[in-house]
Ligand binder design. Structure first.
Ligand SMILES: [Zn+2]
Length: 76
C-alpha cells in the first residue's frame, strides 16, 4: 500500500495503467465505526454517534484509479 494516500483524493501514478491521475475515493463505515457508535449509545454519548456517521471520521477510504478503476489502496 502506498504511504502517500490519505483521506482525500491524491495525485499519483497508477500501478496498473501507469497514468498520472487523481485517485477516485470511496469512503465507507467500518466495523470499528459501528463499535464506537454502539459504545457511544451505551454511554449516553449518542449525539456523538450520529456525528460519527455524518463525518468521514473513523471511516476507511478506498482509493481507485480514475482511468482504469484499479484498486490502489485503503486509508484507515
Ligand atoms: Zn489506472
Amino acid at each position: 500500500m502506498p504511504s502517500a494516500i490519505g483521506r482525500v483524493s491524491t495525485r499519483m501514478v497508477c500501478p496498473n495503467c501507469h497514468l498520472e491521475m487523481m485517485t477516485h475515493i470511496v469512503s465507507k463505515a467500518t466495523y470499528r465505526t459501528h463499535m464506537i457508535a454502539l459504545f457511544m449509545c451505551l454511554t449516553f454519548l449518542w449525539p456523538c454517534a450520529i456525528c460519527l456517521y455524518c463525518t468521514d471520521f473513523s471511516r476507511n477510504v478506498d482509493h481507485y484509479c480514475s482511468f482504469c478503476n484499479a484498486f490502489i489502496g485503503t486509508y484507515e
